[in-house]
Design a protein around this ligand. Structure first.
Ligand code: ATP
Ligand code: MG
Length: 157
């Protein structure tokens, strides 16, 4: 996967994670992006997704899709409304589910796709526009490395 550009961020606390997500939400084209979130358990992947979806106008609860693997959302404010899907592939181990659960169809349709633990679905996922790698530091501090792999991804940086 080619790397077009990388940005490094330091988030001293969750509020900084939220501002980074809010800035990303402002980018034109975000509603068409495929974004992978990497980092260890408890790094803040779901937290970033939650802040991003809320900044995009989702009002309901944004829960971790660990058991469902995929949570669908509607992004309000446009007609027809844009769609978003949040995946957590941590427990994904049956490639047949890719077809059965309709994930192939999701990745073939326009919308925002966010995926935690993408390595567990390697070989099935398309090239990510952005990869966000979150590493816990001291306390609430996190480092985030945001890498663009496509022209769309670069425009989101
Ligand atoms: N700077 C920060 N950025 C993001 N989250 C933070 C930060 N500081 C503390 N947190 C807390 O860290 C926790 C991160 O949990 P979260 O569920 O987002 O992790 P995750 O990466 O999705 O883990 P998993 O791999 O289990 O899905 C949350 O409780 C969040 O409030
Ligand atoms: Mg998570």
């Amino acid at each position: 996967m080619s790397i077009l550009e990388t940005r490094h961020q330091l988030w001293p606390d969750e509020a900084a994670c939220a501002s980074s997500a809010a800035a990303l939400a402002q980018r034109p084209g975000i509603h068409l992006a495929f974004i992978e979130l990497r980092g260890p358990l408890g790094a803040g992947k779901t937290t970033f997704v939650r802040h991003l979806l809320h900044a995009l106008g989702v009002t309901g609860r944004v829960k971790s899709p660990t058991y469902a693997v995929m949570e669908p959302y509607e992004l309000p404010g446009r007609t027809p409304s844009h769609k978003a899907w949040h995946f957590d592939f941590y427990r994904f181990n049956d490639p047949q589910e890719w077809e059965d659960a309709g994930f192939r169809d999701v990745f073939a349709s326009p919308g925002l796709k966010l995926a935690e633990w993408p390595d567990k679905a390697a070989g099935l996922l398309p090239v990510a526009d952005l990869q966000i790698a979150i590493e816990p530091q001291q306390g609430e501090q996190r480092s985030a490395e945001i890498t663009a792999h496509t022209a769309l991804g670069r425009s989101l940086l």
